[in-house]
Design a binder for this molecule. Structure first.
Ligand SMILES: Nc1ncnc2c1ncn2[C@@H]1O[C@H](COP(=O)(O)OP(=O)(O)OP(=O)(O)O)[C@@H](O)[C@H]1O
Length: 294
């Protein structure tokens, strides 16, 4: 049995519009399936967990990276395969896994049932803030931008453009702070940190190659720290993130580790897989080959 979990608001309603087309394809191919629309944030976790308990072979996230995050958390601890049809606005998971952007082609790939094992990371913060990261986390500047954008009433109309507005709004008031980063137990101190990314895959934010060498098949997390840089230089450097050559800048520090803990002098906001997830301190531990991706 294949279970589809469709987020009707993903990609400004793209997933909702595309679902009848996907269903038509499934019916033509005589595939046995069930489907659900998510009704609220977090619902995807509950639906995916129930599907795994009901012994679904594959649970397919239909939407964006937030939907993948929820489904991956719901099936955590089960042998269930995670499928993905990218109909969000960022779709970084699809980018990293080379999943076709055409929804029917993505569906065909799932039906072919060629699976690979992928790393995820377990995260644990404060106040029951814990779970499983599939893509990438951002702590600091982009954590604040994500929080701002998720509360921005125009997000459902502006889509990705909301992030540009968010970057400009947060840039005005964000203050870099001192952080301590424990990389596999070794302490590194930074004085004026803008952001720390912890990555399973190279991308976040819809194609920004924040950790260009990250791989979810190497048993390691890649960590990128941006520290000691002026606001102007940060803006100037920003476009280089899309090519991944920002890592050559002296303000950018890269590490690889199995475990990383981040503490900040002044609390920094955290986003994980594009979802706001509390604030520092936070710790990540890689969980190698823990996800069956189809
Ligand atoms: N019915 C719903 N109403 C409101 N929010 C929902 C509903 N169902 C799911 N959500 C939430 O929608 C959010 C965004 O989903 P998702 O990330 O899949 O789409 P996106 O933001 O368009 O794509 P991307 O993350 O790839 O840019 C998630 O945080 C999820 O919890």
């Amino acid at each position: 049995m294949i279970v589809f979990i469709v987020n009707p608001i993903s990609g400004k309603g793209k997933a909702r519009k595309m679902w009848p087309v996907l269903e038509h394809h499934l019916q033509q191919k005589n595939v046995s399936y069930q489907w659900y629309f998510t009704e609220r944030p977090g619902h995807g976790i509950e639906l995916a967990q129930q599907a795994a308990l009901d012994q679904a072979e594959i649970v397919v996230a239909v939407g964006g990276d937030g939907t993948v995050h929820e489904v991956a958390n719901g099936i955590s601890g089960f042998d269930t395969i995670l499928g993905y049809i990218p109909l969000g606005s960022g779709n970084d998971y699809a980018r990293a896994q080379s999943i076709p952007w055409n929804p029917i082609a993505a569906l065909e790939r799932i039906l072919a049932q060629r699976t690979t094992l992928r790393d995820t990371a377990d995260f644990i913060g404060t106040e029951k803030n814990e779970g499983r990261m599939v893509n990438t986390a951002g702590i600091g500047f982009d954590g604040s931008v994500t929080k701002w954008v998720n509360q921005f009433p125009l997000k459902k109309w502006l889509g990705k453009l909301s992030y540009v507005v968010g970057v400009l709004r947060v840039l005005g008031r964000f203050r870099p702070t001192a952080v301590t980063i424990h990389v596999d137990g070794k302490e590194h101190h930074f004085q004026k940190t803008w952001l720390i990314a912890v990555a399973n895959i190279p991308y976040y934010g819809g194609g920004m190659k924040i950790c260009p060498d990250a791989s979810d098949q190497d048993g390691l997390l890649d960590i990128c720290v941006v520290d000691g840089i002026s606001k102007g230089m940060l803006l100037f450097m920003f476009p280089r993130v899309f090519l991944g050559n920002h890592i050559q800048h002296p303000a950018v520090h890269i590490f690889q580790a199995r475990q990383v803990r981040i503490e900040a002098k002044h609390d920094l906001m955290v986003q994980i897989d594009g979802e706001s997830k509390g604030k520092t301190p936070i710790e990540f531990t890689v969980n190698p080959s823990s996800l069956r991706a189809g």
